[in-house]
Design a protein around this ligand. Structure first.
Ligand SMILES: O=C(CO)[C@@H](O)[C@H](O)COP(=O)(O)O
Length: 223
């Protein structure tokens, strides 16, 4: 199974966005994770549609948008038009997850459904047949650089088991506190899209850090 690195732009140096995006893209990183925060769903505000539209011109990476906003269905078309290839929404953020999935599909983007640490994984089971990705948060969403919550790993294993049982093919993405030291734990459980913010953009050698993850992925892909 192919495994993808999705560095989180939350940890990028915003005085050097174009430069640092080019560094990861040239290192062969396939995705960029775009953490959109509204100050309501999470206690932080990051960036939104105009920033994504701007960087779209500077990058051919897959834009993996993670909407940490309430009622995400309101903005699906704008994020798609800005250049999002994957739109992840939080199941906790909408009264109508099925409607939100339909809207994202209609926009032509891939659909991701996301759960916070306190949300049981069973909450998203009814929607798995309709999504391209399930995203497990391994920190409370809102900030980069937090400590990995190892107690969330069984959710990844459960999603991997359901995927097999139901004959589905959704990606399993993991986000929060991932480092070179703990990434094997989530890969062993069945994750195949790995978000890393401070462990990539927070490092002096950004390309080297990204390559460090991708070397580990190669081991798993060869298994
Ligand atoms: O969505 C979030 C935080 O809400 C994440 O994408 C983090 O920004 C990842 O950063 P690290 O934990 O890897 O530093």
């Amino acid at each position: 199974m192919a495994i993808y690195l999705s560095p989180s732009m939350l940890s990028i140096d915003f005085t050097k966005v174009g430069e640092q995006l080019a560094i990861v893209e040239q290192a062969g990183v396939p995705y960029i994770h775009l953490d959109v925060m509204d100050g309501v769903f999470v206690p932080n505000i990051s960036f939104g549609i105009p920033v994504i539209k701007g960087i779209r011109k500077a990058s051919n990476m897959v834009f993996d948008a993670h909407l940490m906003i309430v009622d995400p269905e309101r903005y699906v078309e704008q994020f798609r038009d800005a250049g999002a290839d994957i739109i992840n929404f939080h199941v906790e953020a909408t009264k109508d997850p099925a409607g939100c999935i339909a809207k994202i599909k209609e926009s032509g983007a891939k659909v991701g459904i996301t759960i916070k640490p306190k949300t049981p994984v069973e909450t998203i089971k009814p929607y798995l047949k309709d999504v391209d990705m399930a995203l497990v948060m391994t920190v409370e969403p809102g900030f980069g650089g937090q400590k990995f919550m190892a107690d969330q790993v069984p959710k990844i294993a459960q999603l991997a088991a359901w995927k097999k049982e139901m004959g589905l093919s959704y990606d399993i993405e993991v986000d929060g506190g991932i480092t070179l030291d703990n990434v094997r734990e989530v890969l062993d459980a069945g994750a195949n899209v790995i978000v890393a913010g401070s462990a990539v953009f927070g490092k002096e050698d950004i390309a080297g850090a990204a390559k460090g993850f991708m070397e580990i992925f190669k081991e798993y892909e060869a298994k």
